[in-house]
Ligand binder design. Sequence first.
Ligand code: NDP
Length: 480
Amino acid sequence: MAIPLGANRALTGRGAHSMTNFDTDLFVIGAGSGGVRAARVAAGHGAEVMIAEQSRIGGTCVIRGCVPKKLLVYASRFPHAFEDAVGFGFAEGKPEFSWERLRDRVEAEVTRLSGLYRKGLESAGVAIREERAEIVGPHEVRLACGRNVSARTILVAVGGRPSRQGSVIGAELAIVSDDVFHLASLPRRMVVLGAGYIALEFASVFAGLGTEVHLVHRGDAVLRGFDDDVRRIAAHTLAARGVKFHFARNFVKIETCPQGMRRVHLQNGEILDGDVVLIATGRVPNTDELGLGRAGVVLGEKGEIMVNAESRSNVPSVYAIGDVTNRLQLTPVAIREGHAFAESVFGDKPWTVDHANVPSAVFITPEIGTVGLTQAEACERHAAVDVYVANFRPMLATLSERDEKIFMKLLVDAETDKVLGLHISGEGAAEMVQLAAIAIKMGATKADFDRTVALHPTAAEEIVTMRTPAARLRRADATS
Ligand code: NDP
């Protein structure tokens, strides 16, 4: 059954763009960060917008990703802080910790934020459908209630989901990142598969909270794609935090053992037991049974929607943004893609997202912040690269006597003096990199960094006081 023409208009009071016989100007599938931004911006430009969400408004980032994860990260840092406090004159002592209380407070915050997202949509005049929507054709969507809605433009912003390793026998006995936030109790022992963002962040969180964490990785270095020094330091950091690494190993089978424990069999015959087994081996686009085939939308190898720079699929009325397009799986990127889409299509202000020099962080403790090229990428693309390095003990660690370092690496094109990349491991790395990313995005040179007066005493001042390259890497064709 089709929703009668004009039904949305009554709901939204908008419709400046509705010049055609569609029920709505824009139908957004998925109310995560990207979809919500697109819906609000499009509505702000006078479009009639309807958005459907099958789960909770807010999507992965707000409900089961970045936000609750970061709150757990903060929690996991307190035990260190209590230890460090002793060096600053406080009496020794370890306050009691309740996972249940933390979990419930995180859930309450997530609910609050989801409510704010809903309010934002409502006040923008977006019609919200809390049910699954599937595509029926290039201009038509079917809601789970059985109603069809026609739309001039459809935006797919359904994100992704953790991929369980189908090849592992008993993979259903493991949890994925979505489930971490609902654990009944704090695991005493945890086995993690994978060595990407999610595996490392949760390994760090639970090790910090006192869980014995075993991390199994098929390779011999964590964080593929990151700068090699940062990768090495990340593994060292986590090992120092108590994480036990099992490199060059993979899961073969997971089974239950008495008392509900899980037993993991590795391919070399080793066995690891844990209360919880977490599989964190990547995320896949949520395109299964979405009806994209019916509309003729072309998908890539991993099921991602193939889009052009304007986030448009091969079907002119169907656009896609965020993780479902498998470009950069980062919330701020999805938000920007949603914004660009809405302004371009409904605001007559066409622009596209520049995916270069996007900063990102891995919230292990201490954390990693990174922007721009890795050393390997810099050397591949530039004939002459100067590498500036700082490695020092943060001031906080002096009195606490913690064996902790801050590592910074600045990569500079020796021919143009342009800063190509910044990689930091250490407390505050994410905050430092976010700010330095502005300069790097603006095309700052090393001389610009040098001209900036240090702010003392901070860790960040090292970024502007690195004088001599630790290495001058030159290809044969380099001119400097
Ligand atoms: P990643 O792609 O970052 O890491 C996947 C890990 O699983 C890698 O170590 C990979 O090994 C391993 N792996 C993949 N397939 C297999 C397999 N078949 N058997 C064994 N191991 C396997 O994925 P994540 O799940 O950690 O995160 C997904 C995305 O979410 C990230 O890419 C990131 O964009 C985003 N994210 C961002 C965060 C942030 O900004 N702080 C936080 C969390 C997620 P190998 O290295 O050998 O390929």
